[in-house]
Ligand binder design. Sequence first.
Ligand SMILES: Nc1ncnc2c1ncn2[C@@H]1O[C@H](COP(=O)(O)OP(=O)(O)OP(=O)(O)O)[C@@H](O)[C@H]1O
Length: 585
Amino acid sequence: MNKLITLIKKDTWVFPYLKSYKKLLALILFLGFMTIFCGAALMFTSGFLISRSAQMPENILMVYVPIVLTRAFGIGRPSFRYAERLVSHNWVLRIVSKFRKRLYQLVEVGTKSVYAKSQTGEVLGVLDNDLFKIENFYLRTLFPTVIGLVVYVLITIGIGVFDWGFALAVFLMLGMITVLTPIITIAVNGARDFKQQQLEGQLYTDLTDSVMGLQDWILSGRTRELFERQQKDFNAINKIKAKQAHFNWWRDMFGAVVIGATAIILLVFATNRFGGDSFGVNWIAAFVLAIFPVQDALTSISTGIGEWPRYQDSIQRLNQMDTKAKVELQEKVPQEVVEITQPEIKFNKVNFGYNDNMVLENLNLTIKNGEKLAILGQSGAGKTTFLKLLLGDEQPNNGTVTINNYDVKTLQQERSKIISVLDQQPYLFASSVANNLRLGNLQATDEELWQVLRQVSLGDLVGSLPEGLETPMTEMGNRFSGGEKQRFALARVLLQDTPIVILDEPTVALDPITELNVLNTIFEVLSDRTIIWVTHHLTGIELVDELIFIEDKKISMQGTPQQLMVTEPRFKKLLELDHGHLTEK
Ligand SMILES: Nc1ncnc2c1ncn2[C@@H]1O[C@H](COP(=O)(O)OP(=O)(O)OP(=O)(O)O)[C@@H](O)[C@H]1O
């Protein structure tokens, strides 16, 4: 209970939004109540009508009013229900659209880097799964529970008008469905439901991860293992679901028995009360039948409250994302608006590690404006970590990373104007060539697009396509070759027009000849920019001014390619190896 109160108090997602669109909210409750009222009134008037008709009224006019009322309530019930569904979905969709906007803003902070910290599956899980659950929380738990409780109280008051003692008995009786069963449901099903949600959340993340790495699973011939792993998770979820369904069946059965017992008590009460005179007996069936439609409203309380654990996890996750992103936002608030056109990057005594695993130690490096630097090192040496530190996605444990003496941490707001990235797999969207290029600069004119396309040697290719700039790219740009895709990405970088460009192995997937061609184009068109190029290959290494090797957490070699050829035999050998000049011994 304490946990629940703390969650509600700290929640900034679900409960505070109940203050929005208050009139709509009141309308939902009114329509929900009217639906149940019409249902009960329909049975009430029908009960009266049947009894009265059985007494053989002298003419039809004697039962005319109940006939009209029966019709009116009969039409009223579905009409109110329909209106209630419309209004409640309208309210919920408005709120959820606010959620989505807020979430996208938060997620954007965490994922705008190519080196995003959040797992894609986690983000998608929140966007899809959690928001969907919150919608259900409002529609299936909150509204029905409030309406059910209102009905519960009104029934008691209604019967109390005739007999307070009897009203108390009905109050206690119905309390078994409105209070007792929800508590039992939470106690019995709560832990199961919570577990199920966790398993589903994990499954979602794992599945997304697996799908993204599907090619690797297939290539390594481990598809069966992947299938069995997912199947195990599905089986565990299904087992829990089966237990829950079993419990729910018994709970609903109990609800039906309680309503049946209440109907019998009402029958006894109404018979005692109205059975005395020939007109009064008509009320007996009316009272007894009216209780049945109320069953839906009352049992939906335990269904709704019983689902609370599954929402609890989603509410917690949303609030955690909020806190995570807030911390990042606070860190990334710019100190002042800075314009950097001639950057000088400095790594000053930088130490960095992930938890206890030190990756870089006492790193000192200055990269001058316009310099072309290559970073080499074995897998796991810390090249990507170096880039993360430069981008400000990670902060050094000690030391500083600055651009023109500004700590990169304070430049996050302007980052996309200072640094652009060309990585291994440029993402091309299933949209036109022009739209894909304009991701670099929304304001770019068609003329500017053609200019950059010519710069990256794609002018002729796009010019030869019947639809030119409007040619649709299929998803991932699959209609173009690897080299062409990289050139499109390069054109995008050119449009972004940043003084620093990071190349994160952009040519790794290309054949050696295309690789060299693309590299030549990159270095030619970016000749006035600062380039930081992470690479495993030495193809095109002559194009850089300086290269560093990261090894054992340090810079183990540093110099121009020409210098290193002379001073570092190891480099010479690597170069020969890479160029395929190694002579057989
Ligand atoms: N988020 C992380 N949490 C913990 N350890 C990490 C994390 N990212 C990287 N590491 C570890 O830090 C070390 C450096 O990793 P990094 O990705 O920088 O290497 P790299 O030189 O870029 O490797 P590669 O060439 O294979 O991409 C590795 O030992 C890696 O396992």
